[in-house]
Ligand binder design. Structure first.
Ligand code: HEC
Ligand code: HEC
Length: 379
């Protein structure tokens, strides 16, 4: 059926181009096929079997309250929302995050559409959303709460009743269990932070339906930008599928020195963290009896190539999550496109990414690629 629809779209495209000529769909059949691979959007909702409260309304509500509650931080100084501001693309707009101890090394990630990701954090230090969600609570450079204090923190007014309703009374003898439960409620909430159809999605849907009139509403500069994205830019090598991310780790040529004498080891450190973590899909806190996904950690091997690689980010909602890259070093989407256009292969720190080479884009091509990237946002 899909195949037939594609043929039909191709045929209509051909006829349309002959008849109308003017403003229309610029893509050829190969490019249309490539566009179809970035949808449909939104993806079907799937629960998280490792999190028994995933999708449960009471857990989503508890997670929402916890997310903006300073009770989970040492001295009541910070909440998740201090850095992940819901009114600001769930980020802070800073190059790198700031907490009571000063600046962190990395850019605060927006929290959109995380349910489909395989690894979390720029370095993929967690293999589940709940494990990633509990980390900032105990990290000394983030909310810095002593894990033993979680049970006390949960006695706080509106939290207590809701927590007990879902998980039973917080047991001060089982701090890791309390922490995992809090992570699961937070994850249940974060799973609901999803975004709707973008101009690109409407274009893609129209192409799939063979509705060229509707497809032609998508601006021509964005269409030309898509051609570069899926063509000579080779961006789809990593930014694949409906999320525009393969959820894997690469060196995109962003310097990984934090200071002249200190590097951000990226995925290398992420693997170390995963191998030492008690909060993984293979561990005791996964609620999935089948331990689905445990293989991800079991198959990990330390490799030199992981140094300075970071998870391919999704490209949805970029207009709300500047600045860009793991260290927030690029302020605008134009800066990102210029980065890929003039990428310095000498600066690449791994051997693996032979795919990237300077694109030498013209001014118009640059503007087109930016227009395409902007069309992946709902506003
Ligand atoms: C001090 C600022 C700060 C606070 C507070 C904070 N975060 Fe973050 N968050 C970050 C930064 C920086 C990253 C990137 C982390 C990394 O790669 O090391 C991040 C990453 C994440 C991610 C991974 C997103 C992805 O795309 O994989 C999740 C989920 C997350 N935070 C949830 C939370 C939750 C839940 C809380 C509260 C319990 C919280 N954060 C508190 C700064 C913060
Ligand atoms: C080899 C895989 C790969 C290719 C090819 C690739 N990217 Fe990326 N992209 C990444 C990775 C990895 C990052 C994060 C790098 C970092 O922070 O150090 C990234 C970051 C980005 C960001 C910033 C997103 C954010 O939230 O910070 C944008 C925008 C982007 N890429 C667009 C593109 C475009 C446009 C192309 C094609 C010209 C492209 N990418 C090609 C892997 C790739």
């Amino acid at each position: 059926m899909i195949r037939f629809r594609r043929l039909l779209a191709g045929l209509l495209l051909f006829l349309g181009a002959g008849a109308a000529g003017a403003q229309g769909v610029l893509l050829d059949q190969g490019e249309i096929d490539a566009a179809l691979l970035h949808g449909p959007w939104p993806p079907p909702r799937t629960g998280d079997p490792s999190n028994r409260v995933s999708g449960i309304p009471e857990a989503i509500e508890l997670g929402r309250i916890l997310f903006s509650s300073p009770a989970l931080s040492s001295g009541g100084r910070l909440s998740c929302a201090s850095c992940h501001d819901p009114d600001n693309g769930f980020t802070d707009g800073l190059e790198t995050a700031r907490s009571h101890v000063g600046r962190l090394d990395r850019n605060t990630q927006g929290l959109f559409n995380l349910a489909g990701m395989r690894w979390f954090g720029w370095d993929g230090r967690s293999d589940s959303l709940w494990a990633q969600s509990l980390l900032p609570i105990i990290r000394s450079d983030e909310m810095a709460l002593d894990v033993g204090q979680i049970a006390d923190a949960l006695q706080d007014g509106p939290l207590r009743e809701r927590y007990e309703g879902l998980f039973g009374p917080a047991d001060s003898q089982a701090p890791d269990r309390n922490l995992a439960n809090v992570g699961k409620a937070l994850a249940a909430y974060i799973e609901t932070i999803t975004t709707g159809k973008t101009p690109f999605d409407r274009f893609r849907d129209a192409l799939e339906a063979g509705d060229l009139e509707a497809a032609a509403a998508y601006p021509e500069d964005a269409q030309r930008g898509f051609r570069i994205f899926a063509g000579k830019g080779k961006c789809t090598f990593c930014h694949v599928g409906p999320l525009f991310s393969n959820s894997e780790f690469h060196d995109a040529g962003v310097p990984y020195f934090v200071e002249p004498t200190r590097v951000d080891t990226g995925r290398h450190g992420g693997i170390e963290a995963l191998l030492g973590s008690r909060f993984t899909l293979r561990g005791a806190f996964s609620d999935d009896p089948a331990k689905t996904g445990a293989w991800k950690v079991e198959r990990l091997v330390r490799s030199h190539d992981d140094f300075g690689t970071f998870r391919t980010p999704s490209l949805r909602e970029l207009t709300r999550t500047a600045p860009y890259m793991h260290n927030g070093s690029l302020a605008t989407l134009r800066d990102v496109v210029n980065h890929y256009s003039t990428i310095d292969l000498e600066r690449m720190h791994t051997d693996g990414e032979a795919i990237l080479e300077p694109l030498d884009l013209s001014e118009r091509e640059t503007a087109d690629l930016v227009a395409f990237l902007e069309s992946l946002s709902t506003r």
